[in-house]
Design a binder for this molecule. Structure first.
Ligand code: CAP
Ligand code: MG
Length: 415
């Protein structure tokens, strides 16, 4: 038997093995702790230690994590892959973002970044399409795909919702998107919304000659999401939308498995992410949430507007770069820029994050002085001009809907 105690989880000379999951944390030790003591406690509590010294047989320590680097308030912890259930995001997060988030040994702790070893990363399905949706579902060339959300975000009747969608699609937008809190309410029931929206979508495709699609929000309990996804596929729609944080990662993985059979792309809304990632000193970074989403297999994910929009964002550019990066051949994820966008912000947005993105505007389309159809035209005009390298003010000279939007909002960032 051997005794294991906190100090056994610290080895600053240790070099992580390629097979290990390596996590970077920011920590603020409790007042009576130094960094070494706090780091060893983080490694212990997130793997297989506890506060009391334990007498265990030797092999147990093979599952112990090692705090192997301390740099200021940053620590690196290496986790043996045998600690984890391959393919189970809940179990992995119960280790690396579980009890340690509340332990008294640290006043604050934030999981900043993970380096995923091949055996763990490839045990997940990853995205079915990723950014190829831009040209596999749409024929967007090298412009961003465009989306809008009917506003007010909830309360429209199904008929009103569908009419807004028809005007947005015929005004030139690629995607109609449900808002994050629109699911199956009495004023706009899921199934009627699905059937009527797809009917309007088909009409809009005929009229415009352009491919159109619908991000219908299937968010619900796991079984109901699977049922709704089947209905969506039966209607010939290409996507489902899921509020991935509020539904939970296990449910997202279940939906992803079914979407493989149904050939459906997954649009991930991240509502509630800011409960973890907004306070810079504590929680789980959006970078890690994006990594979780890619492994679980979403195709599109909201990652912010590089601080151009109405919501606090962190490192949109860096997160997007990671989502495009090679991960053992796994498909990438298309970033969706959304939140307070309008036509006047499109050039600066593209300047910051490029065109391999989706762009969404709700208020920035339906708040247009001439209504949704004109607002959709204006948003698409701003995207087309920017993708063609034309100044939008010049482009607006013979695109009145864009001119009206620029007259109303200029290039201001709403709050
Ligand atoms: C945007 C939005 C999206 C946010 C989510 C909203 O509407 O529909 O949910 O973009 O934030 O409800 O605010 P507007 P993020 O276009 O009218 O702002 O994309 O940062 O996850
Ligand atoms: Mg919304």
């Amino acid at each position: 038997m051997t005794g294991i105690k906190y100090e056994d989880f610290l080895d600053l000379g240790y070099e992580p093995a390629d097979s290990e999951l390596v996590c970077d944390f920011y920590i603020e030790p409790a007042h009576d702790m130094n960094m070494e003591e706090a780091a060893s406690r983080v490694a212990s509590e997130s793997s297989n230690g506890t506060w009391a010294e334990l007498q265990v047989d030797g092999s147990i320590t093979d599952l112990s994590a090692t705090a192997c680097d301390i740099d200021g308030n940053h620590i690196t912890v290496a986790y043996p892959d045998a600690l984890f259930e391959k393919g189970s995001m809940p179990q992995i997060l119960s280790c690396i973002a579980g009890n340690i988030m509340g332990m008294k040994a640290v006043d604050n702790i934030r999981l900043l970044d993970c380096e995923w070893p091949e055996a763990i990363a490839t045990s997940f399905m990853g995205p079915q399409f990723g950014s190829s949706v831009r040209n596999e579902i749409f024929d967007a060339g090298d412009r961003p795909i465009t989306a809008t959300v009917p506003k007010p975000k909830v309360g429209l009747s199904t008929d009103q919702h569908v009419q807004v969608g028809y005007e947005a699609w015929t005004g030139g937008l690629d995607l109609l998107k449900d808002d994050e809190n629109l699911t199956d309410q009495d004023f706009n029931p899921f199934e009627k919304r699905l059937y009527d929206s797809i009917e309007a979508r088909d009409k809009a495709e005929e009229e415009t000659g352009e491919k159109k699609s619908y991000l219908i929000n299937i968010t619900a309990d796991g079984d109901e999401m699977l049922r709704r996804a089947e209905l969506v596929a039966d209607e010939g729609c290409e996507y489902v939308m899921v509020d991935v944080v509020t539904t939970g990662w296990a449910a997202v993985q279940q939906v992803r498995e079914l979407c493989e059979d149904l050939g459906l792309a997954i649009h991930a809304h991240r509502a509630m992410h800011a409960a973890f990632d907004r306070v810079e000193e504590h929680g789980v970074s959006m970078r890690v949430i994006a990594q979780i989403c890619r492994l679980c297999g979403v195709d599109q994910l909201h990652t912010g507007t590089a601080d151009l929009g109405k919501l606090a964002n962190e490192d949109t550019v860096g997160i997007n770069e990671w989502m495009y990066s090679d991960l053992y051949g796994m498909n990438d994820v298309l970033p969706m820029a959304s939140g307070g966008l309008h036509p006047g912000l499109v050039p600066e947005l593209v300047d910051r994050v490029g065109t391999n993105i989706g762009v969404q505007a709700g208020g920035g389309v339906h708040g247009h002085p001439d209504g949704t159809y004109a607002g959709a035209k204006a948003f698409r005009q701003a995207v087309d001009a920017t993708a063609e390298g034309i100044d939008i003010h010049e482009y607006a000279a013979d695109h009145p809907e864009l001119q009206t939007a620029l007259d109303k909002w200029g290039t201001e960032t709403p709050r």
